[in-house]
Design a protein around this ligand. Structure first.
Ligand code: NDP
Ligand code: PYC
Length: 338
């Protein structure tokens, strides 16, 4: 795809907010969705950028998300903070609960945010990065819908179950990694299918359990966990921690509720935050400086840190605007007319 034109971050946010508002989504939710989608596009995370708009509209049309849901913080003053997304999208719930999560983490040293009954369609780095910018370390995870075979199995059971971590740094950006526990996000396979491109070997198996490089066969078969049994175990942990433990859907239930993988999954999400200063207080060591020592040692070996590519893309987009193809501009116009 050739990149044809740029659009400013602010203009793209306005366009995307307009698409969601016109579709009947509550204005605050439309803005929160637009912020997270445009952040994905800005950082060149195509699998969770503007491509996701269509999926959000599809689930809305199917009546499987509550467009005017108002997230509601639940009672309780301890380190477990809960917000009910009430069948709406997860991003406004996170925005609503963020300050309370930061405050609780500072007062207890660690705190958890449980997002109940939400549709989580976005990249998880968005949440942990925001918390690391407040000086906290953070982990985020959620189930998805059954599309990944456990290591040694051949049928979809686990979700693509994403996992993100951030740690504060002295410089402009925190340390952040964020990945699906499948070899790649499902959105990446869908983008290959749309572009008519084969997928690399090792990403997926077809419906009969044979390895495939055909994106459509992969979507109709099962994706594979990253790192074999290790990714499979981390994915299982996410089913347990962000599904079973919270009393929310696991990926198989989300699949059944949505009737397949055509619509976004509905489930819960778990975000854990830690105040590094509180953990290291007795040692006299500075946990942020210790982190810097490790990052320098990694870079000294010529290795790059996760999110480095993303932050470079962000700097480019901030300076020059976000580059979109003509086809993407046409698609945005089409969605605005729906
Ligand atoms: P990628 O494999 O593209 O990237 C995974 C992480 O590894 C990123 O932090 C990336 O940083 C880093 N990375 C990549 N290459 C290197 C390298 N050579 N050296 C060091 N670090 C590297 O991500 P996935 O396809 O697994 O996931 C994409 C997105 O999909 C995630 O943001 C995830 O949250 C989202 N997702 C969301 C789901 C949901 O239910 N909401 C479900 C599944 C996935 P960088 O970006 O800088 O390259
Ligand atoms: O790309 O696997 C994915 C995904 C599922 C839900 C949101 N993103």
């Amino acid at each position: 795809m050739t990149q044809a034109r740029t659009i400013s971050i602010a203009d793209l946010e306005t366009k995307v907010t307009g698409i969601f508002a016109q579709a009947g989504i509550r204005p605050e939710t439309a803005q929160a969705m637009s912020r997270v989608i445009v952040a994905g596009e800005r950082d060149n995370c195509k699998s969770h950028g503007i491509y996701r708009i269509e999926g959000c509209l599809r689930v809305l049309k199917a009546g499987k998300v509550v467009p005017d849901a108002v997230p509601r913080l639940l009672e309780g003053a301890g380190p477990i903070l809960q917000i009910d997304a009430a069948g709406g999208f997860a991003c406004p719930a996170f925005e609503e609960a963020k300050t309370a999560l930061v405050d609780r983490t500072r007062s207890f040293g660690l705190a958890a945010l449980v997002i109940r009954d939400c549709l989580h369609f976005s990249a998880l780095w968005y949440e942990v990065e925001e918390l690391a910018r407040e000086g906290l370390a953070a982990l985020s995870m959620c189930p998805s819908y059954s599309s990944v075979a456990p290591s040694g199995g051949a049928a979809p059971l686990l979700g693509t179950n994403p996992f993100a971590f951030a740690y504060p740094r002295k410089g402009p950006h925190p340390y952040v990694f964020d990945f699906a526990t499948s070899v790649v996000a499902r959105g990446e396979i869908e983008l290959h299918r749309r572009a008519g491109k084969p997928i690399p070997e090792g990403w997926a198996i077809d419906a009969s359990g044979k390895p495939t490089t055909d994106a459509a066969e992969a979507l109709g078969g099962a994706m594979l966990p990253f790192g074999g049994h290790k990714g499979s175990a981390i994915s299982t942990m996410i089913e347990l921690m962000a599904g079973a433990m919270l009393g929310e859907f696991m990926s198989a239930e989300a699949y059944a509720f949505m009737g397949g993988t055509n619509l976004l999954p509905r489930h819960g999400a778990l975000i854990l935050a830690f105040d590094p200063a509180r953990f290291a207080a007795q040692t006299g060591r500075d946990p942020i400086a210790e982190g810097e020592r490790l990052f320098t040692a990694i870079a000294d070996q010529g290795a790059r840190l996760p999110s480095q590519r993303r932050f470079a893309a962000r700097a480019r987009a901030e300076a020059e605007g976000i580059a979109l193809t003509e086809a993407e501009f046409r698609q945005l116009d089409r969605l605005a007319e729906l």
